[in-house]
Design a binder for this molecule. Structure first.
Ligand code: ATP
Ligand code: MG
Length: 373
């Protein structure tokens, strides 16, 4: 079965990454040169897609690569194991090397063989025992990329996704610990991704934080309308569906070019057309597809609303911005409103669009709120 026409949810591969070519090339060049990079941006704008593509290209050029996603991890030991596995995969070609090791280590012959295979990596099989010291395991994990790269005479790039979650996973002192190891690495560069922009910026740009100046912070550029236009026209064209520029520009105007929202609306339009057998996107199909997409997004938006509902004034302020009303109202305490605004900015729900004015990062979220009011 062919893949979905407009892939949605999770990282997408090269052919569906619209317009990031220059950016991907630039990240790749810097990492290859040994520079570490931090990319932060709002949810679902394509951070992981960019990073995976960069790693794929570097691997093709002979680099060792490893990636760890903090979002999936729950404690220190899991983090250590995940990092060790990601590193060792470069040598063993298997994903969960530690599990395999653990199994084989049950026989004496198996153990002997393995000890030899990993001896140059200073690996102790004792670390595999369930009751082993998790701190020792972590210490080992944090230097493994460098040891491996050095022994195998390779350059290596390690990706940490949802990096701001590291403290939840491994405790508040994890950043300090990581930095103290990573700063001595000569053969490894690091790529950090995070969806909580405020936190990521603090971690890397605040003098008091452990990762201060450790990585270059690159802003992820927006996708130009013309690139979307070309991509969407081509995709529908492949299915013999007519979409004129006007209707596509209207899609983009409604989604603000937000990567996942745009993909989702296109996808819903496509499925609506499939159901009726029509081959032309009329304004009516655009409306239907858009409404379906909004319905799908309701769950995400409700979660965000629940979360920000806990904050004084945040929800009211957001509704005012959605409705285009004044943000500051006489009866409110201006400091509280300011705090609510800052909070909504750190949550990447809104961004400043000028002095005293704000706009939604996702226009569809605005529309959702307006319909709810
Ligand atoms: N360059 C792009 N071109 C087209 N669509 C994109 C692009 N980048 C992302 N998308 C869309 O956004 C979705 C999410 O992409 P990805 O997982 O890479 O984003 P992310 O920023 O890592 O998201 P999250 O905040 O959930 O980690 C993809 O499934 C795809 O639909
Ligand atoms: Mg991601």
């Amino acid at each position: 079965m062919p893949g979905r026409l407009f892939p949605v949810g999770g990282p997408v591969s090269e052919r569906d990454i619209v317009d990031r070519e220059d950016f991907i090339a630039s990240v790749q060049t810097r990492l290859a040169d040994g520079q570490s990079i931090m990319l932060a941006g709002p949810r679902r704008i394509g951070k992981t897609s960019i990073a995976y593509e960069v790693l794929r290209r570097l691997k093709e050029r002979g680099f060792y690569t490893a990636s760890v996603d903090f979002f999936r991890l729950s404690d220190k030991r899991e983090f250590a194991v995940s990092l060790i596995n990601a590193c060792l995969e470069n040598r063993t070609g298997i994903r969960r090397t530690l599990d395999v090791l653990k199994d084989r280590a049950k026989t004496i012959a198996g153990m002997a063989k393995l000890t030899v295979k990993f001896k140059d990596l200073e690996f102790s099989l004792d670390l595999l025992q369930d009751n082993s010291d998790e701190n020792a395991l972590l210490e080992y994990a944090l230097d493994l990329a460098e040891i491996l790269a050095d022994r195998d005479e390779k350059n290596m790039v390690v990706l940490f996704d949802e990096f701001q979650d590291a403290s939840r996973v491994a405790g508040g002192d994890i950043y300090k610990k990581m930095r103290s190891h990573f700063q001595n690495h000569k053969n490894v560069s690091y790529l950090f991704l995070g969806s909580k922009e405020g936190m990521m910026k603090t971690l890397f740009a605040n003098r008091k934080e452990a990762f201060y100046r450790f990585a270059v912070v690159l802003p992820i550029p927006p996708i130009p309308e013309d690139s979307w236009l070309a991509y969407i026209t081509q995709k529908f064209g492949e299915q013999h569906i007519k979409a004129d520029d006007k209707v596509i520009r209207e899609i983009l105007q409604k989604t603000g070019g937000h990567p996942q929202d745009t993909m989702l609306v296109c996808s819903e339009i496509y499925y609506t057309l499939l159901e009726t057998g029509e081959k032309t996107i009329t304004p009516e199909y655009l409306r239907l597809g858009y409404n379906r997409a909004l319905l799908t997004l309701a769950q995400v938006y409700n979660e965000i609303l629940d979360e920000i509902g806990q904050r004084t004034h945040a929800r009211e302020v957001l509704k005012r911005i959605a409705a285009g009303d004044r943000v500051y109202i006489k009866r409110d305490n201006p400091n509280e409103i300011k705090r609510a605004l800052d909070y909504l900015i750190t949550k990447a729900v809104i961004e400043k669009s000028g002095r005293g004015s704000y706009k939604f990062v996702e226009p569809m979220f605005r529309e959702y709120l307006l319909r709810e009011i």
